[in-house]
Design a protein around this ligand. Structure first.
Ligand code: ATP
Length: 334
């Protein structure tokens, strides 16, 4: 197993800067997720780590060793992509055994190891099937088994669930996480789905525009977003900007009591922190919509040319709604 470090990594394609000065450390055995909107540089990061491309600047290290100049096949990395990419002319078992031929030990007699891996991914007995006779979820399990076959130091998963339906995606992500825990393999997972990132990861790097905005546990990036981008990308948020003085933030005709240092300030309040029963920091807005979600109701309020989102227990029957938030529920961001 191995830790992974990216130090000052930059990747340019002509005029495009896909990655700008990325510093990241993934600990040995960690499940680490890169999350961010389309085009933010997630796949580029994985490609550089896998060795499919070389960075235009910076260094990538596995443990303490730089992998600069080391070709992909010598990096001990297993990769699963969004597209299943199984070899269609090979059976499931042959697909899984494919990775073993490079490792020496099991290359001569792969069957026991193939059976073990298929068992691990819940496909015991599927070795003789053709990939075309498998569902999408099963194909991704085979791709995972193939990537894990040579016991890689590092497992890279690039949106491996995105072609699957929501329910299957949830099930498979739990399975992948359980397998990763069992094997203790250092894993970098790429997704644009922030909910998925929060659900499966030890730590998350939120990326935007080729940069890392914040690295933290799922709780940290949700509860203590360090930038406005993270506050709005990870879950929903209501963002306010104003000027603070003596614990009061002035945002035009209204002011809020928020524990912020004097000067210009941006803070955010989660929809679930805006409550009808709260008598501090109240705002009254016009109810634009109310969506019953089962466990709560998501209400959109128009307030001063903008929308506020709040969560309530019941669909409001008035046209106007007053909600407030506690000063300690406001999170100041950069
Ligand atoms: P997605 O979620 O859509 O896969 P991503 O976060 O993985 O997006 P990347 O694929 O890493 O994003 O792309 C980052 C940026 O680099 C994008 O602006 C993309 O257009 C650009 N880019 C990636 N590969 C190349 C290339 N080979 N040539 C030119 N530009 C590229």
């Amino acid at each position: 197993m191995s830790s992974l470090t990216l130090a000052g990594v930059e990747q340019r394609y002509g005029e495009t800067t896909a990655l700008a000065d990325v510093d990241l450390t993934v600990q040995d055995g960690e499940f680490f997720t890169l999350v961010g909107p389309s085009g933010c540089g997630k796949t580029t990061t994985l490609r550089l780590v896998a060795g499919f491309e070389s960075p235009t600047a910076g260094d990538i290290r596995f443990g303490n060793e730089s992998v600069a100049g080391v070709p992909p096949e010598e990096r001990d990395v297993g990769v699963v992509f969004q597209q299943y990419a199984l070899f269609p002319h090979m059976s499931v078992g042959e697909n899984v055994a494919y990775g073993l031929q490079f490792t020496g030990t099991d290359g001569e007699n792969p069957e026991p190891r193939v059976a073990e891996l298929l068992e691990l991914v819940g496909l015991a007995g599927f070795a003789d099937r053709e990939p075309s006779a498998l569902s999408g979820g099963q194909q991704q399990r085979v791709a995972l088994a193939r990537a894990l076959a040579p016991e890689p130091d590092l497992l890279l998963l690039d949106e491996p669930m995105s072609a699957l339906d929501a329910r299957l995606r949830e099930r498979l992500r739990r399975e992948v996480r359980a397998i990763q825990r069992e094997l203790g393999v250092t894993t970098v997972y790429v997704t644009h789905d922030q909910e998925e990132a929060l659900a499966v990861s030890d730590r998350v790097a939120v990326m935007s525009d080729g940069r890392v905005e914040q690295v933290g546990t799922p709780e940290q990036v949700y509860q203590e977003p360090s930038t406005r981008f993270v506050a709005e990308f990870v879950g929903e948020n209501n963002v306010f900007a104003g000027r603070a003085r003596d614990g009061i933030v002035d945002i035009g005709p209204t002011s809020f009591r928020v524990p912020a240092a004097d000067g210009p300030v941006t803070f955010c309040v989660r929809p679930e922190a805006m409550q009808i029963s709260c008598e501090t920091n109240q705002v009254t807005g016009h109810v634009e919509y109310a969506e019953f979600l089962g466990e709560s109701v998501r209400v959109g309020l128009s307030w001063r040319d903008r929308e506020l989102v709040v969560r309530t227990n019941a669909v409001p029957d008035e046209e106007e709604l007053t909600v407030g938030f506690a000063p300690e529920d406001a999170v100041v961001v950069a």
